[in-house]
Design a protein around this ligand. Sequence first.
Ligand SMILES: O=P(O)(O)OC[C@H]1O[C@](O)(COP(=O)(O)O)[C@@H](O)[C@@H]1O
Ligand SMILES: [Mg+2]
Ligand SMILES: [Mg+2]
Length: 335
Amino acid sequence: MQTLAQHLTSQAVNDSLSQLILTLADTSKAISHAVRHGALAGVLGATEQENVQGETQKKLDIITNDMLKDALKADGTVRGLASEEEDHVVEVSQNGQYLVCFDPLDGSSNIDINSLVGTIFSILPATKGPAPAGVLTETSFLQSGRAQLAAGYVLYGPSTMLALTTGQGVQLFTLHPETNEFLLTNAAMSISPDTQEFAINMSNQRFWEAPMQTYIADLLLGKIGPREKSFNMRWIAAMVGDVHRVLSRGGIFTYPTDNKDPKKPYKLRLMYEANPMAFLVEQAGGKASTGYETILDIQPTHIHQRVAVILGSSNEVDACLSYHGIDYSEEPNIE
Ligand SMILES: O=P(O)(O)OC[C@H]1O[C@](O)(COP(=O)(O)O)[C@@H](O)[C@@H]1O
Ligand SMILES: [Mg+2]
Ligand SMILES: [Mg+2]
């Protein structure tokens, strides 16, 4: 089986980008180790702190953020980083070629129940940002998802897995527990175009917009509804776990717009969650949209920007999108 390093060479990924990906992978091994020690290492539970988005930080949110930050600072290829757990972008090295955006620990609410969590990362070029050369500002990061050079996630589950794209399909690596080496276990992840499985937090149903209400209602009607087939539902409460399932066996995953808190109509973050996952999903033959716009085409306006997300099996995403853009304000014409 190919190691991650051998795989990057076989894909002719340039030396500096390979080095950065290997640094992220090595750090994720250390994170996997910390996560596995859980209560034994006293790393479970929350802190008294909130992040810039007003969310209480778990101890592991801070520990994993610091681990990634330290590793990226030592790497030498990184110009700057942006993290879900950092208020502002962090300047790293004047000579760095890359910007790294990451969610150090996705699925924080799963930590204390020993369920799936993961790390999500996105690598952008440092030179293409709209800011003047030599100046690193938040604006340098505001590039569309199409500019990503690589993206991936590491899932800390029964086994630790790395899903990676450098724009040449999606490859899956499994961390060998004895040799501590990521080995290629799926050379071409591919999302089936059709599915009978959906993932959504149903408890928010009353807060969704009309298109999502109608779409999900039709899925729930199963064989007797307009879709004429039964659907199964799954919700891991960690995007990284839900997207991994979609990449493994197809499905549709959505965290749609809702009006639960009118000041926060979207949950997932564009730069740390939606963009890297959309890159992986498109590279595996799937689709990723907000309902109205392709995620990778969004021009970001803010590093901590949030968006609605609908991604997965291409025909099912299309089916969901067909409910959008319809005027639901008029009563249906029942003959
Ligand atoms: O609490 P909910 O509504 O189930 O939301 C779960 C969603 O929130 C997230 O956990 C947000 O990510 P963080 O844990 O990194 O804040 C997603 O991974 C997941 O899809
Ligand atoms: Mg997250
Ligand atoms: Mg997180």
